[in-house]
Write a protein that binds this ligand. Structure first.
Ligand code: ZN
Length: 242
């Protein structure tokens, strides 16, 4: 049965010249980046607060040292490499089939794989900016020092360009995501349980032909999807054609 579904997905992709992919943490788990929201994720590991509390704007302000301890240990994976899903999407991009990748991930792996249009709803750990003068810093810089990272030019805190809880999403990126989703003929949702809003709400803008959901567990879009494959996104993607 799974084989039939893979075949069906192959047909859908083969026939479409306007695919959009919407992905989440599951896309990067095989690259060794854990989903901090999953039950066997990062809970109760060396920290006095749950990840959602640490990764909030108010915690960042009130406990910056603890924030950066968690951030360096749990959010930065400098050796991570693109997995099967990242690579397949980049191939489709190169072939002109895939118009955009919309991701909730912050690891930059889609760009590393070669995808050209990547809309990062929650920002990227690869970009960091001084809160005062705006000077930009790499993730390597954040990793190379300990404690609260300070700007080499003005001494202020260097903040990762990541959307923390309590912070709003970049409106320009949201606009672009809505544009691509509303124009797409095929929307593939992969490696996300669609639990995080407002990102998950973007799916409502889809009005194309085929909605495909590939995820290990159920999502609330399964009932409206044309094709649901309940499996790891990387495992499914590596079985697909070009
Ligand atoms: Zn500065």
């Amino acid at each position: 049965m799974q084989k039939d579904k893979i075949q069906e997905l192959n047909h859908i992709i083969h026939d479409s010249q306007n695919l959009v992919f919407f992905g989440g943490a599951g896309v990067s788990t095989e690259s060794g980046i854990p989903d901090f929201r999953s039950v066997d994720g990062l809970y109760h590991q060396n920290y006095d607060y749950p990840p959602e509390a640490i990764l909030s704007h108010s915690f960042y302000r009130s406990h910056p040292a603890e924030f950066f301890r968690f951030y360096r240990e749990k959010m930065l994976y400098p050796d991570a490499k693109p997995g099967a899903a990242h690579k397949k999407l980049a191939q489709w991009d190169l072939a002109g089939k895939l118009k955009a990748v919309i991701t909730q991930n912050i690891d930059g792996l889609h760009q590393m794989a070669g995808s050209r249009k990547v809309l990062e709803l929650h920002g990227s750990v690869l970009r960091n900016y001084c809160e005062s003068c705006g000077a930009s810093y790499s993730a390597e810089y954040i990793l190379s020092i300990s404690g609260i990272p300070r700007c080499e030019k003005c001494g202020e805190t260097v903040k990762p360009d990541v959307v923390l809880y309590e912070e709003s999403l970049d409106q320009q990126i949201m606009k672009e995501a809505i544009y691509y989703i509303s124009k797409a003929k095929v929307l593939i949702i992969g490696g996300t349980s669609l639990a995080v809003y407002p990102a998950a709400g973007l799916i409502e803008y889809f009005q194309g032909d085929k909605l495909v959901v590939i995820n290990k567990s159920n999502t609330h879009q399964d009932s409206s999807a044309d094709l649901v494959i309940q499996d790891a996104i990387g495992k499914v993607m590596e079985q697909l054609g070009e």
